[in-house]
Design a protein around this ligand. Sequence first.
Ligand SMILES: [Zn+2]
Length: 70
Amino acid sequence: MYPYLISKSVNEGTMSYLFVINSESNPLESYMVRIQYTQGNLRASCSCKGFAIRGNCKHVKLALRKISRY
Ligand SMILES: [Zn+2]
């Protein structure tokens, strides 16, 4: 599972990141992770089922870890 940064943009103080992460269980599947930073507020979402159910998932964690290196 490796997060690919698809886009990064800054718009009126909001940083937006878009990642695609391949599924661990099904190589044909991939998930979109969207992360937005506005004045220290973080909003993240993922297109996987786990996120829809729990509001959190490992893809978001991976993407956040990746961002902290930029
Ligand atoms: Zn996910």
